[in-house]
Design a protein around this ligand. Structure first.
Ligand code: PGA
Length: 253
């Protein structure tokens, strides 16, 4: 079975102490995830080492960065390089979250460079894609998401593609309380998988985890994750409440 993933995206929330308590409360629940389950916490940079040490005894719990710079190293004051993340043992990094694309004008070309840098550093990119509301309203979401994937991922070989996780996050559902319907999510996830199949063949496409993101909460997680091509979720708001995220982890199929 493909890896089923519950990924928390804390964004720019929590003090160090709040983050430590949140992780602690989740670990105390003593969840025993199945072998094909993985729980990932994408935490702010200053908390990466703390978070990594807190989850170090749990084989299915991992820590992710929320971003990295698209250049290898050098005079980029305030930025964080892929090799820095690697040097502290980080295994995942979000790439191209819609908030990064929108507020920091990240381009597909830069995202492709980030993907390469992360892979060179043995870090699995969680590549985010998704359409804004006007694109959904004009029914152009499939071509929009397909273009995002082609522009930032299709330079990869089939072998390398196996090291990518994709997160589909319709922008109109992020932080709005509005979730895509199960049918809308499944339809887009199947479309993404067909795009991957056309380029890399079904053997590769069938192994790639595609997460859904956008107002996932305990009340909708079982239904959304239950769809054939939805392999878990990338969770913002509900990942900041221990009890809610615990229920979301339990909703993995
Ligand atoms: P949300 O955020 O769960 O608060 O909608 C999801 C995300 O942006 O990753």
């Amino acid at each position: 079975m493909r890896k089923q993933i519950a990924a928390a995206n804390w964004k720019m929330n929590c003090t160090y102490q709040q983050g430590e308590k949140l992780l602690d409360d989740i670990l105390k629940a003593d969840l025993k995830p199945a072998l094909h389950h993985e729980v990932i916490f994408a935490v702010p940079f200053p908390y990466l080492i703390m978070a990594k040490s807190l989850v170090s005894d749990e084989s299915s719990f991992n820590i992710s960065a929320q971003n990295c710079h698209h250049k290898k190293s050098g005079a980029y004051t305030g930025e964080v390089a892929g090799e820095m993340l690697h040097s502290i043992g980080i295994k995942y990094c979000l790439v191209g979250h819609s908030e990064r694309r929108e507020y920091f004008q990240e381009t597909s070309q830069q995202l492709a460079e980030k993907i390469d840098i992360l892979l060179e550093n043995h870090i699995t990119p969680i590549f985010c894609c998704g359409e804004p509301l006007p694109v959904r309203e004009s029914n152009n979401q499939n071509t929009h998401v397909e273009a995002q994937i082609k522009e930032s991922l299709f330079h990869l070989s089939a072998d390398t593609m196996l090291n990518i996780v994709i997160a589909y996050e319709p922008i109109w559902a992020i932080g709005t309380g509005k979730t895509a319907s199960t049918a809308q999510a499944q339809e887009m996830h199947a479309h993404i998988r067909s795009v991957l199949t056309a380029k890399y063949g079904s053997e590769v496409a069938e192994q790639i985890s595609i997460l859904y993101g956008g107002s996932v909460k305990p009340s909708n997680a079982v239904e959304i994750f239950g769809s054939k091509d939805v392999d878990g979720g990338l969770v913002g708001g509900a990942s900041l409440v221990a009890a809610d995220f615990i229920d979301i982890i339990k909703a993995l199929k």
